[in-house]
Design a protein around this ligand. Structure first.
Ligand SMILES: Nc1ncnc2c1ncn2[C@@H]1O[C@H](COP(=O)(O)OP(=O)(O)O)[C@@H](O)[C@H]1O
Ligand SMILES: Cc1cn([C@H]2C[C@H](O)[C@@H](COP(=O)(O)O)O2)c(=O)[nH]c1=O
Length: 242
């Protein structure tokens, strides 16, 4: 009987590529919200607290985030924590080494929205390897959807949505407004490019952006730089006049 069990375990191990049954129960905790809401601050606080409780921790961030430091997670007000800056999460285990990976209890992930393999990594680390994942990231881009973090919600033990302060009126901010006319989803930046806004000022701002874009595209303003500056100036003026 014992050999039968171990042969089943062996087969499953072969198939899923990790230990079966899982050694201990893992956890996934998700921190979301707009930019400047304190997501990274909260992640660092939790990781430090785990470390102070004697658990082995590692921090990862996307290597796309080069704003304040290459190999540290840094909050907007300058609090730092050393990290692995990686292009994807799948390479983490190889980078950190098998022995060090085995000993890890808790893995923190910042800027989680930039990792396309976030779902697979979280499943593997928590479900199969029994580790705790604490991740922070944007639930919404400037158009209010950022796929990879939203996909994790059904896997999570806890989800904490933080808010910032609307830069226009000071009310609670749930969204991030992009201050430039750039339209690509990923655009690295801080307060130079983005501001947190409440629902009213998000909707007002987006309406101005879209209207200005339509007007500018249908006029004879040929110079693209001029068009973009017009759009940005119009948006800023409307937002500040609310
Ligand atoms: N509009 C803003 N521009 C620049 N810094 C801000 C702004 N609003 C808040 N902050 C600062 O950012 C800190 C939060 O930073 P951080 O934890 O990195 O946020 P998040 O990870 O959610 O973007 C706040 O404690 C505050 O000091
Ligand atoms: C809204 C939005 C943001 N980004 C980028 C901008 C920053 O580099 C990060 C978010 O950093 P934070 O720690 O949450 O402040 O994401 C983006 O690429 N696209 C967007 O629409």
């Amino acid at each position: 009987m014992a050999s039968c069990k171990s042969s089943i375990a062996l087969n499953l191990t072969d198939r899923v590529g990790s230990s079966y049954p899982p050694r201990v129960s893992g956890e996934i905790h998700v921190i979301i919200g707009p930019m400047f809401a304190g997501k990274t601050t909260s992640l660092l606080r939790r990781i430090r607290s785990e470390r102070n409780n004697g658990r082995n921790v590692a921090m990862i961030k996307s290597s796309k985030d080069t704003r304040y430091a290459i190999d540290s997670v840094v909050t907007h007000d300058g609090v730092k924590f050393p990290c692995w800056a990686l292009p994807d999460l799948t390479s983490f285990r190889h980078n950190v080494g098998e022995d060090a990976y085995e000993k890890l209890d808790v893995i923190g992930i910042d800027e989680a929205q930039f990792f396309e393999d976030l779902y697979d990594f979280c499943c593997k680390v928590a479900d199969n390897d029994g580790k705790t994942v604490i991740l922070s990231g944007l639930d919404g881009d400037y158009l209010r959807s950022f796929g990879s973090v939203l996909d994790i919600i059904p896997l999570a033990d806890t989800v904490t949505k933080l808010t910032a302060r609307c830069e226009v009126c000071g009310k609670k901010a749930f969204f991030t407004f992009r201050k430039t006319a750039a339209t690509q989803t990923e655009l690295i930046g801080g307060a130079d490019l983005y501001m947190p806004v409440c629902r009213q000022h998000y909707v007002n701002g987006q309406t101005v952006v879209e209207t200005s874009r339509i007007v500018l595209e249908s006029t004879s303003v040929h110079h693209q730089t001029t068009q973009l500056s017009c759009l940005e100036a119009a948006t800023a003026a409307v937002l500040q006049s609310q």
